[in-house]
Design a protein around this ligand. Structure first.
Ligand code: MRU
Length: 372
């Protein structure tokens, strides 16, 4: 998608040196556009853990490239027989960075299976490179297709509203910054905007890290999509007053039965949507479906992050980064990163293969290769 009119992805290989991964370091957005160079698997582990990159799809793509960097290291430093052990260790380290997004272990598993097919170190590195690129390209294509399927929902609402602006509410950042390109929740919005449909987005700020106000608002602004940032707690009020036509959010892990884990606060929005008859959709590539998990509430691991993210807020003032305390320094704080929205609250899932209901039968009908 575009930054200052130029096309960017969130992650790519350095054109003049394919052993270096370049990525947009999201910690500095929206104030500064910083590109980081990653040369080792350890640096990639840190980039994911410290959220230089974040969002389910991008975490998966980053893990794919992390495994490629691990393969380069193994070919250079490890004895040939140690190669696969080095890669297995790298996968464990990468998987431990963020517990909720299933794309992470999906990508490292895919890499391990692919790399195991190589006989020599050179072949293994070539396979790791190919697979990392395939993961990234697949992610892009999935999101593009989600945009095409979700566009129909927006078209229908425009039709019903006889051409008046469609108000979409989203939470966190499930935009192109959370994937390699396009985004999941934002893909239908970008597709609608590009088709000339009148669309406006309510962007929930998403405390504590503010991915909504910092990232979603920034990327929509770069594309000229009309939007308004709101406090998380304003969503119910807007729905009650008929100011929201459609909610679209992303997910970090969805069970094969349709329970959805997403950024903390998603569940409250789903409850408000249900109470006010507002359609609530979750946009996701199939790489975010966990085909092993049945009960989202009981089984999906919920990341807990440091209390400082609750007690403090960072931002930008007079051209420099600042951090301020917004709670008594000594008050205990709990920082739950995600919540689970039960399938009963979800109108539908927008996937790369089409839209389905959030239940096992409907999901498996779209993805019959995963039939039990
Ligand atoms: O903690 P984050 O910023 O990685 O959380 C991201 C989200 O919760 C997104 O909404 C989610 O990844 C779905 S879109 C990929």
């Amino acid at each position: 998608m575009k930054v200052g009119g130029r096309h960017f992805q969130t992650i790519w290989l350095k054109p003049e040196d394919e052993s270096v991964v370049q990525l947009i370091d999201q910690r500095f957005l929206p104030h500064r556009f910083v590109i980081e160079e990653i040369r080792t698997v350890q640096q990639m582990v840190e980039a994911i853990r410290e959220m230089h990159v974040r969002g389910a799809g991008l975490i998966g793509a980053s893990a794919g490239y992390g495994m490629y960097l691990a393969a380069i290291e193994a070919a250079r430093d490890a004895a040939a027989r140690e190669f696969d052990k080095h890669l297995a260790r790298a996968a464990v380290q990468l998987n431990a960075t963020r517990p909720t997004a299933v794309n992470l272990s999906w990508a490292t598993d895919r890499q391990l299976k692919s790399i195991a097919k190589g006989e020599t170190a050179k072949e293994k590195v070539a396979l790791a490179l190919r697979t990392a690129n395939l993961i990234a390209e697949g992610d892009k294509e999935h999101c593009r297709m989600i945009g095409q399927h979700g566009l129909k929902l927006v078209q229908d609402i425009v039709h019903k509203k006889t051409g008046k602006t469609v108000n979409v509410l989203t939470h966190c950042n499930a935009g192109w910054l959370a994937f390699v390109d396009y985004g999941s929740a934002t893909a239908p919005i970008y597709a609608a905007h590009e088709s000339g449909l009148p669309v406006h987005v309510w962007v929930a700020e998403t405390r504590p890290r503010n991915q909504g106000s910092k990232l979603t608002a920034w990327e929509l602004g770069e594309h000229g999509v009309p939007h308004t940032v709101i406090a998380d707690s304003a969503a119910g009020h807007l729905m009650q007053r008929g100011e929201v036509d459609l909610v679209i959010v992303g997910t970090d892990r969805t069970t094969y039965t349709g329970d959805v884990a997403n950024k903390i606060g998603t569940y409250l929005k789903a409850l408000a949507a249900k109470a006010n008859n507002v359609p609530f959709y979750v946009a996701l590539p199939s790489t975010s479906i966990d085909w092993e998990m049945r009960d989202g509430l009981k089984e999906i691991p919920i990341e807990q992050r440091g209390a400082e993210e609750i007690r403090r807020v960072d931002g930008w003032s007079d051209g420099r980064p600042v951090e301020v305390c917004i709670a008594p320094e000594k008050s205990p704080a709990a920082n739950y990163g995600f919540d689970v929205t039960p399938r009963q609250l979800i109108t539908g899932l927008i996937t790369e293969r089409g839209i389905c209901e959030a239940n096992e039968t409907s999901i498996r009908a779209l993805f019959p290769e995963h039939a039990s």
